[in-house]
Write a protein that binds this ligand. Structure first.
Ligand code: XMP
Length: 516
């Protein structure tokens, strides 16, 4: 690793918006370093970042709450006196407007919206007169504060972008960090390079060495187990941990009964005989027993998360390991509401689902600051097999959160077979490369059909195929009809209990990718 001089960077204040980490990621993609701080960080904390980066600008993220709500999150006003440019996004814009005496009203805008660029300057330099932007807000700035000029408006938002007439203070109502904002990258680039004057002088640190060193120092001379689901995240984490700990690492794969067709066998095959100390725990009955009669999705996730830990504790005791290593990545933490201000969308089993009391001395998450594509790049660099690195993501609680309502062996078996058909048919077609995920869901709805000239009353299977770059947002795929048709007829013909197949045509948002 070559030593670097202090890179230029952008500080991001996290007001809890779902897209906060996306902002960080977009800026890092421009080879400019970022650090995220909680929204109540003081100006001094931002100054202290000088130890790791030259703070050239500050971005305020969005938030699930309203500036006008009681106890709303605010900002240390001294931050605006630091003399570095600031950019408020969504809530960030509203906060800036409110702090400077502007007016806000309740007026919601949601989804792709046309923004009319009145002044293509600063952050908006080089943009078209009408831009497609992504909106997601309940309050709107109705009057810009004194001393600010309006740079853009929409049909519903008179102040969709503004800047201070003299100081480098900008605000955008929309989310440039989300791919649905067509020229969002240009807007951020304008801020980072033109307004803040950053140099693109940050190269991602050698994460391999950094992560290995970190695991080594945290585990010391002890032993650790790693939760190995066989997905890309846990496989990359296992490879790193293996390099750090060698034989002091035991990889534990739990077959909880919610795996896809032949999945546990595949994991065993991929890791056996590769110098990995692998233990496969067959724990179907244990998990099924705990889910008996449980229908609430969050409750399912919590129970499965807890049971995972109990299984890991049992295995750790057997081998004398005190540390648990997991493949948790950034988005898992965001969506589990781990950041101080964000809303919990769903509890990811390996984060928010952790029980309060655990026997482990510590849980180590070497990938916790990375996004899926960064993890994949790392996996390729470590020489992991391509099929493994590019596997579609699969939730920790597995098929249990793709069987709606109560989870039974019968429903799991129907879903496993339907899912295998979806996977097989999609993977025969080149359009697969467009997809982020493709899978089946077993709805809790039965419907009437006719099979072999007889009335049948069976399950409704939903097919979900989404395109996405980071799972923070996703679009349903306009999949070729012939693929959908083959999937539908095969499921109908090959699985006796299914009488209907439907295709999920919702984007994220408003839906999430998984159904539960
Ligand atoms: P949603 O459904 O929230 O999912 O749009 C976003 C991405 O995360 C995956 N996912 C999970 N991954 N543990 C995981 O490791 C989980 O509990 C979990 N739940 C959802 C999902 O498949 C999608 O790629």
């Amino acid at each position: 690793m070559t030593p670097q001089s202090t890179p230029d960077g952008i500080a991001i204040l996290d007001f809890g918006g779902q897209y906060c980490h996306l902002i960080a990621r977009r800026v890092r993609e421009m080879n400019v370093y970022t650090e995220i701080l909680p929204s109540d960080a003081k100006a001094d904390e931002i100054r202290a970042l000088g130890a790791v980066m030259n703070v050239k600008g500050i971005i305020f993220s969005g938030s699930p709450s309203s500036v006008k709500a009681r106890g709303a999150l605010t900002l240390d006003p001294a931050i605006l006196e630091l003399g570095v440019p600031v950019l408020g996004l969504c809530y960030g814009l509203q906060l800036l407007a409110d702090m400077h005496g502007g007016e806000l009203v309740k007026a919601r805008e949601y989804g792709v919206t046309e923004a009319y660029i009145d002044e293509p300057v600063g952050v908006l330099e080089g943009l078209e007169a009408c831009e497609q932007v992504w909106m997601s807000h309940g309050d709107t700035v109705s009057r810009a504060p004194h001393g600010f000029e309006v740079l853009a408006h929409t049909d519903r938002a008179p102040v969709a972008a503004m800047r201070h007439a003299l100081k480098p203070i900008y605000g955008l109502q929309w989310h440039p960090e989300v791919v649905h904002t067509e020229h969002g990258a240009e807007m951020l680039r304008n801020f980072v390079f033109n307004v803040c004057g950053c140099q693109p002088n940050w190269r991602p640190l050698d994460k391999v060495e950094e992560a290995i060193k970190d695991i080594g120092s945290r585990v010391g001379g002890g032993k650790a187990i790693i939760a190995l689901s066989g997905g890309v995240d846990s496989s990359v984490a296992a490879a790193l941990a293996g390099m750090a700990l060698g034989r002091r690492l035991v990889a534990v794969h739990v077959d909880n009964g919610f795996m896809r067709m032949n999945e546990s066998e595949g994991v065993e095959e991929a890791f056996r005989g590769r110098g990995v100390n692998l233990v496969v725990v067959r724990a179907r009955d244990r998990f099924m027993g705990r889910l008996l009669g449980v229908t609430d999705p969050e409750e399912k996730r919590r129970i499965i998360g807890e049971e995972f830990i109990r299984v890991f504790e049992d295995e750790a005791r057997k081998v004398g390991a005190e540390y648990l290593i997991q493949g948790t990545i950034y988005p898992d933490r965001i969506e589990s509401g781990i950041t101080r201000n964000s809303d919990t969308i769903k509890t990811h089993h390996n984060v928010g689902g952790l029980p309060l009391k655990m026997e482990f001395r510590a849980v180590v998450d070497p990938l916790q600051d990375l996004y899926k594509d960064e993890v994949r790049a790392l996996g390729e660099r470590l020489g992991l097999p391509r099929e493994l690195v590019w596997r579609q993501p699969f939730p920790g609680p597995g098929l249990a959160v793709r069987v709606m309502g109560s989870v039974t062996e019968e429903k799991l078996e129907v879903l496993r077979r339907a899912d295998a058909i979806v996977v097989e048919e999609v993977e025969r077609h080149p359009f697969k490369d467009r997809l982020w995920q493709y899978f089946a869901v077993l709805t809790d709805t039965k419907s009437t059909g006719v099979k072999g000239d007889e009335r049948a009353y069976g399950w409704t299977v939903a097919v979900r195929m989404v395109e996405s770059v980071d799972a923070m947002t996703a679009s349903f795929s306009k999949a070729p009809w012939e693929v959908l048709e083959r999937i539908s007829s095969r499921i109908g013909n090959e699985i006796p209990g299914v009488t209907r197949v439907v295709y999920d045509v919702t984007h994220k948002p408003p839906s999430t990718i998984e159904w539960e």
